[in-house]
Design a protein around this ligand. Structure first.
Ligand code: GLA
Length: 402
């Protein structure tokens, strides 16, 4: 677990990447997130219910010169990036226009730097070292964790005084504009605002949110990584955004709604004839019903009705598979095998899909048995090696003071 990674180890890694001499090291941390229910509702103005996980990304930062240089000489402005997880390094001149570099991981922090430049933040030369254990391309928001931890660090080190919710929005802009994925606000918001032992019921249109206690008693969240990687940038994700926009355009004249989450399941049934394209019809059905499921699921969580919550997770998965077509054979296989195991109340794909992880609500005593039974069958069916991470709901981005 990176949350437990010792500072000594991190400092040692930083020094071997950038050398020992220099000023103080500043240490920040952001968790990944898992979404319990409410998938593909965020950019449709709907509700989501994610929480932080016990895996995350550490960031150590060092200034190469004093952070607020008041001399006449124009300060040098280079950001140097290195990571324990990926071999690519980058040294970027911040005085030049920042441009995306292929699929390099350094695009994520750079997109955030660009947003700070837009805010006239007086950036100076810095060295940044990232170390995480959120698997990338697995639907657990490793990219949002990198963005948010970078934004939190710059906000703190330059005393920009942006509220943490604002850092989430800034990180989303970085992803939309610099990376080119038209994602909603869920991931960045969850990573920024997560609270231990709570899920966040977030309205993605108003950004109103409520921290809902995850009092799961003997039940735990189990994340199952299918081992199938998914790529978001420029792919099917943006196609889904367009399909949802098309559905709203068609329903707007009759419903007055400017986003799918404003349409009730009944209003959709009354106007379904307006959606003649079966694909668009399925997309709208998923989003409108999924938004409604989050309302029901949040109520159930508050009433400690975990069995009801689990049933909604199963409905959510079926709709993502059949109506939104973002599941995959490995995800479906994992959910199917998981639901056959003892002690499971519900299971579904989580995040954008097309591979990545499932999330399961399971009795704590049944976890080991599930892993033992599911792994060989899953592997023989898919030829993939799964990984399992049991987690509690963990706290959001923060500075770690030595
Ligand atoms: C990705 C996006 C989120 C959200 C989910 C699907 O994680 O980044 O904004 O749309 O997919 O719910």
């Amino acid at each position: 677990m990176t949350e437990a990674l010792t500072r000594d180890k991190l400092v040692e890694q930083f020094h071997s990447a950038f050398g020992k001499s220099g000023g103080a090291l500043h240490h920040f941390y952001a968790p990944g997130r898992v979404n319990l229910i409410g998938e593909y509702t965020d950019f449709n103005g709907g509700l989501v219910l994610p929480c932080g996980i016990e895996r995350g990304i550490h960031l150590l930062v060092r200034f190469k010169s004093a952070p607020h240089n008041s001399g006449n000489r124009k300060p040098e402005q280079t950001a140097e990036f290195a990571s324990a997880n990926l071999p690519e390094r980058a040294s970027i001149n911040l005085a030049e226009p920042l441009v995306r570099n292929g699929k390099q991981w350094t695009n994520y922090p750079l997109g955030v730097f660009k947003e700070f430049i837009n805010l006239d933040c007086p950036l100076q030369s810095m060295q940044l070292y990232y170390h995480g254990d959120v698997p990338d391309g697995a639907g657990l928001s490793s990219s949002a964790a990198i963005e948010v931890v970078t934004a939190f660090a710059l906000n703190t080190l330059y005393s920009m005084q942006l509220p943490t919710t604002e850092l989430a929005l800034l990180s989303q802009r970085a992803e939309n504009n610099f990376i080119g994925v038209q994602c909603g606000i869920m991931d960045q918001f969850a990573v920024a605002m997560a609270t231990a032992d709570h899920a966040i019921a977030l309205n993605c249109y108003t950004h109103d949110y409520e921290q809902v206690p995850l009092e799961s008693g003997d039940y735990r969240l189990l994340i199952s990584n299918t081992g199938q990687r998914r790529e978001l940038a420029g792919g099917e994700y943006n196609v889904r955004v367009e399909e949802c926009n098309r559905a709203v355009e068609l329903l707007k004249p009759a419903t007055g709604a400017s986003q799918l989450a404003d349409i009730t399941p009944q209003a959709l049934r009354d106007n379904i004839h307006l959606l003649t394209d079966p694909l668009i019809r399925k997309r709208a059905t998923h989003v409108i019903e999924e938004h409604n499921r989050v309302i029901l699921a949040t109520g159930m969580l508050k009433n400690n009705d975990l069995a009801g919550f689990g049933r909604l997770m199963i409905d959510s998965h079926q709709s993502l598979r059949d109506n939104f077509n973002v599941s995959s054979t490995p995800l479906d296989t994992m959910v199917e095998l998981t639901l056959q195991a003892e002690g499971v109340l519900g299971s579904r794909m989580t995040g954008a899909g097309f591979g990545g992880c499932t999330v399961t609500l399971i009795h704590k005593d049944a976890i080991d048995d599930l892993i033992d039974k599911v792994t060989p069958v899953y592997t023989s069916k898919t030829k993939l090696t799964p990984e399992f991470y049991a987690t509690r709901a963990a706290a959001g981005v923060r500075e770690i003071i030595a």
